[in-house]
Design a protein around this ligand. Structure first.
Ligand code: KIV
Length: 264
């Protein structure tokens, strides 16, 4: 049965963890969805892992539409979430036009990076039938404002602000919250504070779902390996086996373990 936003809500209610992986093409989308991954993310991380840029900022709408439609062709029942690229949702009007393109290409949900300034935009999208994931914490499109790829929400003041933002974005209509590189205790507090399913990356084991970049979890990482990454291919004999092991580890909450998480 196809995964929908209701499936993710049911997982949260039952306390069952769900898995998310990036894919950018039809072949990976088929392998990933057949392995039982619940959500496929067409991340703008493709600007780094496919195109070789040092940030996600150069990724365009046309590129996201192309990759989203490739993923939709290969997908076998996962929920498809597509990233809105840098500065394509600066106003509600721009967001509606660009989100429509991604939905036409096969996305079931769009993901936006930001805080309380996105409330009106999320409300406008949600009211018009576009499910939204709000990405908080380390938001890579803000790398130049953040001064690097750094863990966010380490002080109590920052933590409280992030909890407030998560609640406000949920109230505005966000269906899913994604937390990147935040201390695990803060991620647990946000997961408790909102009814929406919370997906984590570098956010500890207590979120409702986990996401990784597929290249990273297959060990195809150039440069420094982030702390939150585990190479599942190291102990598997095929790509399919590695992805199935990831699904199982997320479901059993054996991934992420202490070594993949951050403290305040
Ligand atoms: O672009 C991406 O792949 C992402 C994940 C790292 C969450 O946003």
């Amino acid at each position: 049965m196809a995964v929908t936003i209701n499936t993710l809500r049911e997982y949260k209610q039952k306390g069952e963890a769900f898995s998310v992986l990036t894919s950018y093409d039809a072949t990976f989308a088929q392998i990933v969805s057949e392995a039982g991954v619940d959500v496929i993310l067409i991340g703008d991380s493709l600007g780094m892992v496919l195109q070789g840029h040092d940030s996600t900022l150069p990724v365009t709408m046309d590129q996201m539409v192309y990759h989203t439609s490739s993923v939709a062709t290969g997908n076998r029942g996962a929920l498809i979430m597509a990233d809105m690229p840098f500065m394509t949702y600066g106003t509600a009007e721009a967001a509606m036009e660009n989100a429509a393109e991604l939905m036409r290409a096969g996305a079931h949900m769009v993901k936006l990076e930001g805080t309380d300034w996105m409330k009106d935009t999320i409300h406008a999208l949600s009211e018009r039938g576009v499910p939204v994931c709000a990405h908080l914490g380390l938001t890579p499109q803000f790398v130049n404002k953040l001064g690097g790829y750094k863990v966010q929400g380490r002080s109590e003041k920052q933590a409280e602000l992030m909890i407030e933002h998560a609640c406000e974005l949920e109230a505005a209509g966000a269906d899913v919250i994604l937390l990147e590189c935040v201390p695990s205790a803060l991620a647990a507090r946000i997961t408790q504070a909102v009814d929406a399913p919370v997906i984590g990356i570098g956010a500890g084991a207590d979120t409702d779902g986990q996401v990784l970049v597929v290249h990273d979890m297959l060990g195809i990482t150039t440069g420094r390996k982030p702390r939150f990454v585990k190479n599942f291919l190291a102990e598997a004999d095929s790509v399919q086996g590695a992805i199935e092991a990831y699904v199982t580890a997320v479901r059993n909450r054996t991934f992420p373990s202490e070594e993949h998480t951050f403290k305040a």
